[in-house]
Design a protein around this ligand. Structure first.
Ligand code: NAP
Length: 681
């Protein structure tokens, strides 16, 4: 039988003992054996810090993103093999797609978000420059740099592919090497995933390591620069987050734990309504996908008191159509739990929960199974309970990590918000209703206890990704019982792997550090116009002054007629005089903007290929007929793109009047060729 190996220090290492068996969830046969006995945890961490981190540090955010994209494409070519292995964990093809395609999707999604949202650099510059002194020569800027340690990633058994990938992608982008520890029950799938990733030859040395089996003494060797991202039960999260080394060295610890997620049916979910159908369909999906072994699954289904009967009937009817059995059989739509042990756990927990209600669907010990031996596989029927007394603690406190849910009656909005809060913090909640006032009240009431809330109604149902799907762009995590952590959420999770530092200094120093021109720093004037310089010649700080140009009343009238913008402040002297801000006719802001472009633009073909937008535009004070405007254009930031022969240039534009007072300021965004004349491609 295959003894799983760990991938550490750039090689596959076998444990020095026989390991413990892992069983097929469907046939009960041994799939593999697992142990980390003999693996040197301290050396693995050290290797990550000394080899993985420095290797990643040589790459920019965009280069790391390109590797993530390539890793995603590589895995896509091999996903069939992963699907086959995934059947052994009890997952149907649909479940596996959720796990495997979902994980690959996280890689590609992070790759493209990073290319759009991060600069092609290694340091992240956050927010605007803060002026700290009167003259502008003392300023502050937040920057984020990669932690110099290892991201230890401990995963739960239910998503052996998505789980590791959703932690690896942001760590990799942040430049922090990952050390993955999968849950033992399904570690054979994660091990194969890592084998594939390693075989792609795309990974920088040391950027990814794998420990199969227990973590041994790893926690003893963590430092202030390492971090731990944990997914699993609240009790393990508590144990690990209170480890003396984690506490004394303030090791960053992110926990994704269990949660008693809820879904709330609105009062408009009457029998026969589309809203009721949506609620029921979603509930049954959440109960049966991955046989309910989803941290985001709906455990509590809140229903208006008067609708309990109708909802129960509709859910039972739908559950009756669920075929339990061998997940590789196309007829089957719910596979097995991950192990016999997990089934014992579900039975025990459900018996505890059932003290607060009565079972209306399913049986803890009996289930009809298609294509497999019910004695050997970890099969269980879907279990639906109706709560007899919603004030009881069990429905709000006992998590049954399987295909189980409880219908709980509620009286009104206040009642349901209070009941939902008794879950003490959840990953995901949903409200199903077309009554927007009800939804608003519920969302705002639920929000302090929830990491994500879906409002499902007939308008968004077709496109909705559903209650249980964490999305790369949105935060995954929740307060309180859910662990208090935060994963995904776009670039947020990348930044969790970096240290934020407030740097204070002069504009020149901050400009050097951030590779940007900072107001207050010197401008480089004279010489050729910066619009005539390709990226190979352009320097941050290159600047040109245009103007002055006088704005006349006839300019304003001409602009008004030409554009159709005949707003009274530009055209009606008497009305404009009554305006408390202007006291007379003023030029259009857009006229000032257009004239300033006319003062800095170079008409002939040149390296500036296109203007693709403006940002931070502010009209700071009125411009009156007869005023003279002068414009100063300064190259603020240069961002060459990796795979094309041009890049982005951000220009600072300041428009002043004859008194030298600023009247407008903004950033112009352009695409500029790397070389000029253009090189034939
Ligand atoms: P668990 O026992 O807490 O195990 C989770 C992970 O922690 C596994 O990799 C496990 O490894 C490891 N682990 C256990 N004890 C450890 C220790 N002393 N030191 C280091 N690592 C240790 O959780 P589970 O019961 O398998 O998983 C189900 C739970 O996870 C459910 O409660 C579910 O709600 C929760 N979950 C949460 C999320 C989320 O995103 N919030 C996602 C999925 C699941 P071994 O397997 O080798 O023991």
């Amino acid at each position: 039988m295959k003894l799983l190996q760990s991938y550490v220090k750039g090689t596959w290492e076998k444990p020095t003992d026989e390991g413990s068996p892992i069983y097929d969830a469907v046939s009960g046969e041994e799939v593999a054996r697992i142990s980390s006995f003999g693996i040197d945890m301290a050396a693995a961490l050290d290797y990550g810090r000394k080899v993985g981190g420095p290797g990643l540090a040589e790459l920019t955010f965009h280069q790391r993103a390109a590797l993530l994209k390539a890793l995603g494409s590589f895995l896509k070519e091999h996903r069939e093999e992963l699907y086959q292995l995934s059947y052994r964990s009890g997952a149907t093809l649909g479940d596996s797609k959720f796990d495997i395609d979902g994980g690959i999707g996280v890689l590609s999604s992070y790759a493209s978000k990073a290319r759009r949202e991060l600069d092609n650099e290694t340091v992240y510059v956050e927010g605007p420059v803060e002026q700290l002194g009167k003259s502008g020569q003392f300023v502050g800027q937040h920057i984020l740099t990669s932690l110099r340690g290892v991201a230890v990633q401990i995963n739960a058994f239910n998503f052996p592919v998505w789980g590791p990938l959703e932690k690896f992608a942001p760590a990799f982008l942040a430049g922090v090497p990952s050390l993955i520890k999968p849950a033992s029950q399904t570690a054979y799938l994660t091990a194969r995933l890592v084998e594939l990733l390693v075989s792609s030859d795309l990974l920088p040395e040391g950027s990814l390591q794998l420990i199969c089996g227990s973590v041994g003494d790893l926690f003893e060797h963590l430092t202030d620069q390492d971090m731990v991202s944990f997914t699993g039960s609240a009790s393990t999260a508590h144990k690990l987050s209170s480890h003396p080394v984690v506490v004394s060295r303030a090791v960053r610890f992110n926990a994704e734990a269990d949660s008693l997620n809820c879904s709330i049916l609105g009062p408009d979910g009457k029998a026969g309504s589309v809203v009721l159908e949506l609620f029921v369909k979603q509930l049954v999906t959440e109960m049966t996908v991955k046989a309910g072994q989803k941290c985001t699954a709906i455990r509590r289904a809140f229903v208006p008191e008067s609708l309990v009967e109708a909802v129960t009937e509709a859910v039972c009817e739908r559950l009756a159509g669920i075929v339990v059995g061998n997940p590789s059989d196309p007829e089957v739509n719910m596979g097995a739990l991950a192990s016999q042990g997990q089934r014992d756990e579900v039975r025990g927990r459900f018996a505890e929960l059932a003290q607060a209600g009565h079972l209306v669907f399913g049986d803890l010990y009996k289930v009809e199974v298609v294509g497999a031996d019910p004695q050997r596989g970890a099969f269980i029927s879907p279990l639906l309970m109706v709560c007899d007394d919603s004030s009881r603690a069990e429905p709000h406190e006992v998590e049954v990590f399987g295909p189980a849910s409880t219908i709980i009656p509620y009286r009104d909005v206040k009642d349901v918000v209070a009941l939902a809060a008794r879950g003490q913090g959840s990953l995901a909640g949903s409200v199903v209703s077309a009554d927007t006032s009800f939804c608003t009240e519920v969302v705002l009431g639920l929000a302090p206890w929830h990491g994500r809330i879906l409002v499902l109604d007939p308008a968004d149902a077709r496109e909705s990704t559903g209650h249980g799907s964490p999305l790369p762009a949105l935060v995954h995590g929740g307060p309180g019982r859910a662990g208090g952590g935060e994963e995904l959420g776009g670039m947020r999770s990348v930044l969790h792997h970096m240290q934020r530092s407030a740097v204070q200094g002069s504009p020149v120093v901050l400009g050097q550090i951030t590779k940007r021109w900072v107001p207050g720093a010197e401008r480089i004037t004279g010489g050729i116009h910066p619009f005539r310089k390709p990226l190979s010649e352009l320097r941050v700080g290159d600047s040109v002054i245009g103007g002055p140009r006088t704005i006349t009343l006839s300019d304003i009238e001409h602009f008004a007629e030409f554009t159709g913008d005949t707003f009274y402040a530009h055209m009606d002297e008497e009305a404009a005089r009554a305006n408390p801000l202007f006291g007379g006719r003023v030029a259009h802001g857009y006229l000032v903007l257009s004239f300033s472009a006319g003062l800095f633009v170079q008409p002939e073909p040149g390296p500036v290929l296109a203007n693709y937008g403006l940002e931070n535009l502010r009209f700071l004070s009125p411009v009156y007929p007869g005023d003279e405007i002068t414009v100063t254009l300064t190259c603020k930031q240069i961002k060459p793109r990796e795979d094309v022969d041009y890049g982005e240039v951000r220009w600072d534009v300041e428009v002043t009047n004859q008194a030298g007072s600023p009247v407008a300021s903004y950033d112009v965004l352009t695409l500029v060729a790397k070389q000029w004349p253009l090189q034939p491609s």
